[in-house]
Design a binder for this molecule. Sequence first.
Ligand code: ADP
Ligand code: ADP
Length: 232
Amino acid sequence: ILTSRLVHIYRSEGSDVAALSGVDLRVRAGEQIGLLGPSGAGKSTLLSLLGGLFRPSAGTIQVGDVELSAATTRELEDLRAGTIALVLQGAWRNLLPYLTPRENVGFAQYAARRLGREVPEVDDVLSTVGLAGAGEAALTALTPGQLQLCAVAVAVAAAPGVLLADEPTSQLDHVARDRVMAALAEVNRSLGATVVVVTHDPDVAASLPRTVTIRDGRVGGEGRSGEEYSVV
Ligand code: ADP
Ligand code: ADP
């Protein structure tokens, strides 16, 4: 992932909000990185742009060999169906409530298969995120942490190259939080996905090999061991 001079301005009636004011970010393939920063800093906007949810006002975003700012809507949809997976805030609410975790993952794979993608075994996806024992459970019987793990499983059902997660541990207790972070690490390790996690939780950031701080729409600081790749 490589962004250059990324700018995003929300145009609402009367006033413009500059959410990002020139972000240069480089994330290596296969890396795990946290985007840390206060509320309103622009983290969600940056993650949404990396996920191709909308296009930036200015600047470039390369994910793999695709330049997202120049991609067509169709190309962005194809990317989201396979290459890039998103776990947005409240993603567990989009699970199919009358299906089990196993069926939710299978359903997510159905769409990917129709696009001709090879998908991993459902059981492998469930064990990657630590849900192997709950594959047949009713969703109503799952804890909040397990629901979030299920949302991660659905997101990675088609073995994406990049997993983007927005505050995946918010509103979870410490045990559930650690399980979700372990699931993301395992997605990185066993599926080889590049993982980008937005968080305002310093403990979550500390569990990641590298963090970049976003402040006022800019890259405001670099965490451990990332200096050589950080700002370009
Ligand atoms: P963070 O994720 O770090 O909390 P956001 O990316 O959500 O930051 O927001 C960055 C800035 O953009 C904030 O000032 C926020 O109010 C503003 N913003 C976010 N989304 C919208 C939107 N849809 N319309 C207008 N302003 C927005
Ligand atoms: P986050 O901090 O993760 O961005 P928020 O609670 O700030 O979460 O934002 C939740 C939703 O509200 C997002 O879809 C965001 O784009 C939107 N939003 C945030 N700020 C504004 C704003 N000033 N005007 C309109 N929409 C906004």
